[in-house]
Design a protein around this ligand. Structure first.
Ligand code: GLU
Length: 418
């Protein structure tokens, strides 16, 4: 790869800078740079043709200071140990920022799931679950969906865990199917949170919806929900892309038609419509638009393409989309960056709702969930906005200042065992 994956380095460097601004002693914050526990597993999977393939899997538990470890499981070719460490740390800080009673974790398997049959994917998921089973649990570590994992996969994890325990344990995962105790809105939650943040930003900057244009990179659970909501709200999506390629249209893309095209099993790079041209992902990043929303795998905006960004606002709709070098470049260009710590909070907030509903046997409706989601995410955003203004730092640093301070205070109060 031309630009090496450095999200763990970005994470630790940002923690160091935030600690310096907070005036924290090394001993008061250094623990945040290291995960508490890391498990690497090799997962043998019997393929449909009878051969056996071995995949590498991870579960990194960053912090259990404020509650059970919490974080998604991703299935992607780019999954690696350092990225898992960074994303687990980001989860700890995200939960602290939203005041959720969780720690942080991340899991994943290095695999391209599009190359597996449904049965191979199921066997991979079950074996991965069995191998991380000693360290997960409904009060210990609660996995959730992430890139290329969905409610069906969460259902398989729940079943595997329950079979090994001898009784049903719905609370082992969040993001499970509703029939097993999943919450409404969980699938759309991260994208919905991004769109609340976007609306609030336009309001604060006094930008009118009709004049704004957006470019969205990534068309998974988050990108789809974001593009759909932008379209509904009358904000033109002028560029949209995923790993297969991207499309552009100055008058605004037909999002429902592209969604139908992709949902029928076809690729964005094969989408045809008069007035819509094909572009590369780097051209998408360099699009003339008001808001750029990357919601894909890590490190999409890096030192090699940050200079080309023309958007006034970048919203990190996926975790770790921007490297620290790119952050510096965007800051110099006076581009406003709304960081993952706050922008992607929707997913874990609704995971928290799912846990509360499971524990208390509650069933909240969509209206109630949207209302509470909006209230929690906008409160976190407002705090980040204020702290970054007060300290004259970009919002990423503002978010780290708040979250790091909370985590370090909790550590100080709890003390070091023994
Ligand atoms: N994978 C999501 C994230 O990165 C959600 C995690 C969760 O719900 O636990 O925020």
């Amino acid at each position: 790869m031309e630009h090496e994956n450095n999200s763990y380095l970005s994470f630790t460097q940002t923690v160091d800078r935030a600690a310096e601004l907070l005036g924290l002693e090394r001993s008061a914050y250094e623990f945040v740079k290291y995960p508490e526990r890391e498990l690497i597993v090799s997962i043998p999977v019997e393929m449909d043709d009878g051969t056996v393939a071995i995949y590498k899997g991870y579960r990194v538990q960053h912090s259990s200071l404020l509650g059970p470890y919490k974080g998604g499981v991703r299935f992607h070719e780019s999954v690696n140990h350092d990225e898992m460490k960074a994303l687990a740390g980001v989860m700890t800080l995200k939960c602290a920022l939203a005041n959720l009673p969780f720690g942080g974790a991340k899991g994943g398997v290095t695999v391209d799931p599009s190359k597996l049959s449904k049965n191979e994917l199921k066997r991979l998921t079950r074996r991965y679950t069995a191998m991380i089973l000693p360290i997960i649990g409904p009060d210990e570590d609660i996995p959730a969906p992430d890139i290329n994992t969905n409610e069906e996969i969460m259902g398989w994890i729940m079943d595997t865990y329950s079979m090994m325990r001898g009784h049903a344990v719905p609370g082992i995962v969040t993001g499970k199917p509703q029939q097993l105790g999943g919450s409404l809105v969980r699938t759309e939650a991260t994208g919905r949170g991004v769109s609340y943040i976007l609306q609030e930003t336009l309001k604060r900057l006094k930008l009118e919806d009709e004049r704004c244009t957006a470019a969205v990179l990534g068309f998974g659970k988050v990108g789809r929900e974001v593009a759909h909501r932008l379209f509904e709200e009358g904000i033109r999506v002028v560029a949209l892309g995923d790993a297969t390629g991207a499309v552009r249209s100055g008058k605004g893309l037909n999002i429902p038609a592209i969604t139908a095209h992709v949902e029928s099993g076809r690729k964005i790079c094969d989408y045809q419509e008069v007035g819509t041209e094909h572009i590369t992902n780097d051209e998408l990043i360099a699009s003339e638009c008001t808001i750029l929303i990357p919601c894909a795998t890590s490190d999409r905006i890096h030192a090699g393409n940050a200079e080309s960004v023309k958007a006034q606002i970048v919203i990190e709709g996926g975790n770790a989309q921007i490297t620290s070098e790119a952050d510096v470049i965007l800051e110099k260009k006076e581009c406003m960056v709304i960081p993952d710590l706050v922008a992607t909070l929707g997913g874990v907030i609704v995971s928290y709702f799912e846990r509360v509903q499971n524990v208390q046997s509650l069933m909240w409706d969509e209206f109630e969930i949207n209302r509470m989601l909006k209230s929690i995410i906008l409160k976190a955003y407002d705090e980040v906005w204020e702290v970054s203004r007060k300290n004259a730092v970009p919002m990423r640093m503002g978010a780290y200042l708040i979250a790091l301070e909370r985590v370090c205070t909790a550590k100080r109060i709890r003390g070091i065992f023994p």
